[in-house]
Design a protein around this ligand. Structure first.
Ligand code: FAD
Length: 543
C-alpha cells in the first residue's frame, strides 16, 4: 500500500513505535519535509511527524512565490538573495508544473521608492546574484510601456517600470510533494501526530513522546538524532527541552486577501510600493487575484492566526491608491489567509527590518532546531541541517552527499516546462470530452502534474464538477494522507482560497465521502461539517 495512503497510518505507527531512527524530524512544513527528503535520500533511517496536517503552519500561508526576495537587497542581505535567487531555477526544474515562471512588473513612482537608475542597478544585481539566464533578465520600461503592461496603474504618478523574472507556486502542494518524495526514499511520515516531550539518556535526547490524534495512548519514538523544524513553534519545543536561551523567535503576521479577478483585473503579477514604504504583491491566479502581504508584530495564539479588519483595510487601501479605477471594499473579499514569519529577534528592529535568514540552534541535549528562512530556500536549509546531523552523530559512516537538486518531486514528473505545456494541452482535451469546465485543465495540471491522469481515470458518472472533486478526494486519500475536510479543501486543492465558488456545489458530497471512507459516526460527521462551515465563514469574517 502507498505509504501516504490514509489507510497506511496503522502500519506507520507500528514502525514509529518499534523502530530506532537515525533521524526524527518534528514538523511537516516545507523545512521539515525538505530535511526528511534530504536525510532519507542520503541513506539515514528517517521519520517525520507533524502535529496537524502537512503544511498546516506557515507553509500553506505564504505569498506562494518562489522568489529571490528583491526587497532584501535593500537590507544588504546579498548572501540570502544569492542563495534563494539561485534556488528558484533548481526548484522549477524539480517540479516544473508546480513552480512556474512568472514575470513581475515593478512600477516606479514620481515621488517615492527608488529612482530608475538605482532600480535598474538593483535588478541587474538581483539577476546576477541569482544567475538568471540572459533572456529572462530584467527589462527597464518607459512610462508608456509600463502603462501598456498595466493600464490600471495611476497615470499621474507612475513614471516608468521594470519587468523581472520570478516563479509562482502553491506552497502547500509543494510541501506535500516533498513529503511524498521523502516517503518514496523510505521515510516514515505521519500527520496529526504531536510531539509533547523529549526522552533523555544522560542528558542527551534519545527519542520523543508522541500522540496520534486518532489513536489513544501516547507512544515513544526512538531516534539517534532529533530535529525540530517547527517554524513558529520552535521556541515552544526549545522550552520543553529547557534550552531556550540566547536568541529567540520574533513572530510577525502576514495576511493575504483574495478577490474575484474582475474586481482587480491586473494583467500580470505586480509588485508595488505604497506610501508607508512597504511593498505589496497583486497576483492573478485563475478566476481570482490575490493581494499581500502585511508585516506586523504578533503575540496571539500560534495555533489560530486570523486576518483582522485592520489588516484587510490596509491592503484594500493600498490597492485602491495604486489602481484608481479599482474600488475594492471589504465585502469584495472572497477569501483570505494569515500566517506567521518565525524570524529571529534583533533588538531595536521593526517587523519589516528583521532578517529573513534561517538560523540553527543546537541545544546541549543535542536537539537541533531550525527557524526563519524562506520557502524558496528549503532545499539548502535542509542540506545544512542534515550535514550538521551527520557531523554530530554519523561522522565516518558511508553516507551520500546531498543530491536533492537531482530528485524530481513528483514520481514520473516532467523533464521540463515544455512538457508541462503539452501535457496541459492533452488534459485540456480530456477535460472537454469529459464535460468539465475548461478552467480545470490548468487547475489540475498545476496542482497534480502528471498525477492528473490518475484522477481523471477515476471519474465516475454523474454531475461532472462534483465527480471531479470526489475523484480528487479519493486521490488525496490514497496518495496524500488527507484526514479531514480542511486538509482537502485548503491544503491539497486550495479550493477555500481560489475556487470558493465550487464549495456550495461539492461540500456535502465531500463530507459524505469522508464519512464513507473513514466510517465516521453521525456525530463526527456533524462536528466536521460545523468545523468546515466555520472555516468557510472565517475567511471573510474580519474582526
Ligand atoms: P511551518 O510551515 O510553520 O511548519 C512547522 C510545522 O511544525 C507546522 O506544520 C506545525 O504544525 C508543526 N509542529 C509544531 N509543533 C509541533 C509538535 N509539537 N509536534 C509535531 N509538529 C509540530 N517564502 C517564500 O519563499 N516565498 C514567499 O512568497 C513567502 N511568502 C511569505 C508570506 C508570509 C505572510 C509569510 C508568513 C511567510 C512567507 N514566506 C515566503 C516564508 C515561508 O512561508 C516560510 O519560511 C516557510 O513556510 C516556513 O516553513 P517551516 O516548515 O519552517 O514552518
Amino acid at each position: 500500500m502507498n505509504k501516504l495512503s490514509s489507510q497506511h497510518r496503522e502500519s506507520t505507527i507500528r514502525n514509529l513505535k518499534s523502530g530506532l531512527y537515525d533521524l526524527l524530524v518534528i514538523g511537516g512544513g516545507i523545512t521539515g519535509a525538505g530535511i526528511a527528503l534530504d536525510a532519507a535520500s542520503r541513506g539515514l533511517k528517517t521519520a517525520l511527524v507533524e502535529k496537524n496536517d502537512f503544511s498546516f503552519g506557515t507553509s500553506s500561508r505564504s505569498t506562494k512565490l518562489i522568489h529571490g526576495g528583491l526587497r532584501y537587497l535593500k537590507q544588504l542581505e546579498f548572501g540570502l538573495v544569492k542563495e534563494v535567487g539561485s534556488e528558484r531555477a533548481v526548484v522549477h526544474r524539480l517540479a516544473p508544473h508546480l513552480v512556474v515562471p512568472e514575470k513581475m512588473l515593478l512600477p516606479l513612482y514620481e515621488k517615492r521608492g527608488f529612482g530608475s537608475l538605482l532600480t535598474s542597478f538593483g535588478l541587474k544585481l538581483y539577476d546576477w546574484l541569482a544567475g538568471v539566464k540572459p533572456e529572462d533578465q530584467r527589462k527597464m520600461l518607459t512610462k508608456s510601456q509600463t502603462h501598456g503592461y498595466e493600464p490600471l496603474l495611476r497615470k499621474d504618478e507612475v513614471k516608468g517600470g521594470a519587468i523581472y523574472a520570478e516563479y509562482r507556486t502553491d506552497d502547500a502542494r509543494l510541501t506535500i510533494e516533498i513529503v511524498k518524495t521523502a516517503a518514496r526514499y523510505g521515510a516514515d511520515v505521519m500527520n496529526y501526530c504531536k510531539v509533547s516531550d523529549f526522552i533523555y539518556d544522560a542528558g542527551k535526547i534519545v527519542g520523543v513522546k508522541a500522540h496520534d490524534e486518532f489513536g489513544s495512548d501516547a507512544f515513544l519514538v526512538k531516534a539517534k538524532s532529533v530535529v525540530s523544524a517547527t517554524g513558529p513553534w520552535v521556541d515552544e519545543l526549545r522550552e520543553i527541552d529547557r534550552s531556550k536561551t540566547g536568541k529567540y523567535l520574533h513572530l510577525t503576521k502576514g495576511i493575504h486577501l483574495v478577490v474575484a479577478f474582475e474586481k482587480l483585473p491586473v494583467r500580470q503579477a505586480i509588485y508595488f510600493d505604497v506610501e508607508d514604504g512597504r511593498m505589496i504583491f497583486a497576483i492573478p491566479r485563475g478566476r481570482t487575484t490575490y493581494i499581500g502581504t502585511t508585516d506586523t508584530n504578533y503575540n496571539g495564539s500560534i495555533d489560530k492566526v486570523d486576518a483582522s479588519r485592520e489588516d484587510a483595510e490596509y491592503l484594500i487601501r493600498a490597492v485602491n491608491q495604486t489602481f484608481p479605477a479599482v474600488n475594492l471594499v471589504v465585502s469584495d473579499i472572497e477569501s483570505s489567509w494569515a500566517g506567521l514569519r518565525p524570524l529571529i529577534h534583533e533588538e531595536g528592529k521593526s517587523a519589516s527590518e528583521l532578517s529573513r535568514k534561517d538560523e540553527i540552534f543546537l541545544s546541549p541535549s543535542g536537539l537541533i532546531s531550525i527557524a526563519g528562512g524562506k520557502l524558496t530556500g528549503y532545499r539548502k536549509m535542509a542540506e545544512r541541517v542534515v550535514d550538521l546531523v551527520i557531523a554530530n552523530t554519523f561522522e565516518g559512516l558511508d553516507l551520500k552527499n546531498c543530491f536533492t537538486d537531482k530528485i524530481r518531486l513528483v514520481a514520473s514528473g516532467f523533464e521540463n516546462y515544455t512538457e508541462v505545456k503539452s501535457y496541459r494541452a492533452y488534459i485540456a482535451e480530456r477535460v472537454q470530452k469529459l464535460g468539465l469546465n475548461a478552467i480545470y485543465a490548468n487547475y489540475l495540471v498545476s496542482n497534480y502534474g502528471k498525477q492528473t491522469d490518475l484522477i481523471l481515470n477515476d471519474l465516475r458518472n454523474g454531475d461532472a464538477d462534483r465527480e471531479l472533486a470526489l475523484a480528487e478526494l479519493r486521490f488525496t486519500f490514497q496518495h496524500e494522507m488527507a484526514m479531514k475536510p480542511l486538509d482537502f479543501i485548503v491544503r491539497r486543492t486550495g479550493i477555500l482560497y481560489f475556487y470558493k465558488n465550487r464549495l456550495a456545489h461539492i461540500k456535502v458530497a465531500v463530507l459524505n465521502e469522508f464519512q464513507r471512507y473513514f466510517r465516521w459516526s453521525t456525530e463526527r460527521l456533524q462536528f466536521e461539517s460545523e468545523t468546515l462551515e466555520m472555516a468557510i465563514q472565517g475567511v471573510t469574517n474580519f474582526r
